[in-house]
Write a protein that binds this ligand. Structure first.
Ligand code: C5P
Length: 362
């Protein structure tokens, strides 16, 4: 719309969608590389990455919420006293009576973000991306069940195509009986390094990605229910989401740490092997969480689906170039089916009908 904010003259709505597509592709590539390019003995802890993601995202969202309150106040309100008043106001909003509602999507997102690590360590990037499209299926199912949403026959048809497409990609990826070996890219820094081959287990990968699709669908629908059911600021909701995520994110770290579980022990083990690739993965994840929030605010979930399907093409092309991913006919057929299904699902229902009724006097 005319009132929506712009960046360099372009509507924020479209800038955020394109950014999300690039972010999605970049995350799957960097996350995959950060896991498979390192011998298991030097691997970083995904639990640490999940915790850092929530800590950083929550802190940034808190600063944005604070800046929004400050920018709405007058010059006097921007003094040190004004800052304290704004800080207390944001805190009051965060710890409001209904903040507990965010605990359910928070736990689900932590589980999803952890499963993503298992999936991406055991599947080729492009296969992961295509299979992850099944979350459209679970989102639809939970929307029908929880939000009592009705789906048109075109949407149901699109969902069937999606399942078929994912099935085709799965068949070609799991057809080999032996676990797949990761290709060390030719000309990479690892070429001259001692060869360590990361063994991938596609079955484990598919199990993780299927479970992640369920948590994605349920968490997304639940978050939508909470957001649309109240007037609370999106950034405040994001802080609440991150705060509730801290509990399930910290538990596995305590569990994994050597006994006795002293804070010093936990902290020393936390950042072990946490190199540049691990930090890059966290940074892209944090950025993605924030862009997702902007997409939800200035755009909608339908267009978000488009952005994700665009990211399949991007990560597919990148993994051909970077990881020597082989293009097989069944991959092309399967991913084309998924892309067509995504496009079909995103067609506005009864567009012509709306256009006709909008010009008719009521
Ligand atoms: O794939 P899907 O759209 O379900 O992914 C959602 C991702 O965005 C999750 O990693 C979740 O942690 C993040 N997210 C977020 N803030 C929100 C909603 C989702 O960081 N408000």
């Amino acid at each position: 719309s005319d009132s929506s904010p712009t960046i360099c003259g372009m509507p924020l709505k479209y800038v955020s969608l394109v950014t999300l597509a690039v972010q999605n592709a970049a995350l799957s590539i960097v996350m995959h590389y950060s896991r498979v390019s390192i011998p298991p003995s030097q691997a970083y802890s995904p639990a640490t990455a999940v915790l850092l993601n929530e800590l950083l995202k929550g802190s940034i969202s808190f600063v944005v919420a604070l800046l929004r309150v400050l920018s709405a106040s007058d010059a006097a309100g921007r003094s040190m006293v004004g800052l304290w008043v704004a800080f207390r106001r944001v805190c009051r909003e965060i710890f409001s009576a209904d903040c507990w509602k965010l605990s359910i999507p928070a736990v689900l997102y932590v589980v999803q973000n952890s499963l993503q690590f298992v999936a991406i360590s055991n599947l080729p990037v492009a296969t992961f991306q295509v299979t992850y499209q099944m979350k459209i299926l679970t989102t639809a199912a939970f929307s029908v069940a929880l939000l009592r949403r009705k789906l048109t026959s075109t949407k149901w048809l699109a969902l069937s195509f999606l399942a078929i497409g994912v099935g085709i990609v799965q068949i070609q990826s799991t057809s080999g009986h032996a676990p797949q070996r990761h290709n060390i890219p030719v000309g990479s820094a690892h070429e001259s390094a001692p060869l360590h081959i990361h063994i991938m287990s596609p079955l484990k990968g598919f199990g993780a990605v299927t479970a992640a699709c369920f948590t994605s669908g349920l968490a997304g629908v639940y978050f939508e229910m909470v957001l649309k059911g109240s007037k609370a600021d999106l950034w405040v909701r994001n802080v609440q989401l991150s705060l509730f995520s801290l509990i399930p994110a910290i538990l596995p770290l305590i569990w994994q740490s050597p006994y006795p579980h002293s804070p010093a022990y936990i902290l020393s083990g936390l950042l072990r092997n946490f190199g540049w690739w691990a930090w890059a993965t966290v940074a892209i994840q944090v950025f993605g969480g924030l862009v997702t929030a902007i997409v939800i605010k200035y755009s909608d979930n339908i267009l978000k689906g488009f952005a994700t399907s665009l990211s399949i093409v991007l990560s597919f092309l990148a993994s051909v170039a970077l990881f020597g991913f082989r293009i097989t006919p069944s991959f092309v057929i399967g991913s084309t089916t998924v892309l067509i299904a995504t496009w079909m699902y995103n067609q506005p229902p009864g567009k012509e009908l709306v256009a006709i009724t909008s010009v008719m006097p009521v």
